[in-house]
Design a protein. Sequence first.
Length: 120
Amino acid sequence: MKLMLLCFCVAILVPWAVMAGGSANSYRLDCGAVAVTNTQANSSWVPVAVLVKFDAPATGSAAVLRISQGVTYTLGICSFAGASNVVWVSDCAYPFGCGDVLLVSCTATNGTVQILVRGE
């Protein structure tokens, strides 16, 4: 039931993020990590959700991290077994200013990461 709830939340958040001036970008998880840096000096963004889709069912762990001014903060972490995908939905607004990095790290190394953000 909990997995269904996460999938339902993602279905609602995707259109909301786009309508709120947000965007969704996809990246390959070939090396087990995806890092996205805010390079805009005069704007910030907030991650809404991170979706990881594995090329084949996988077992391991995934983490969503924020690196700001050299300090790493864990926003979410989970372990999974036989999963075809993993979803992290932000529980509050984490603003990413210029130079801040959103890092998605995963022990499974083959898949696609989609990051949904909205402007702040």
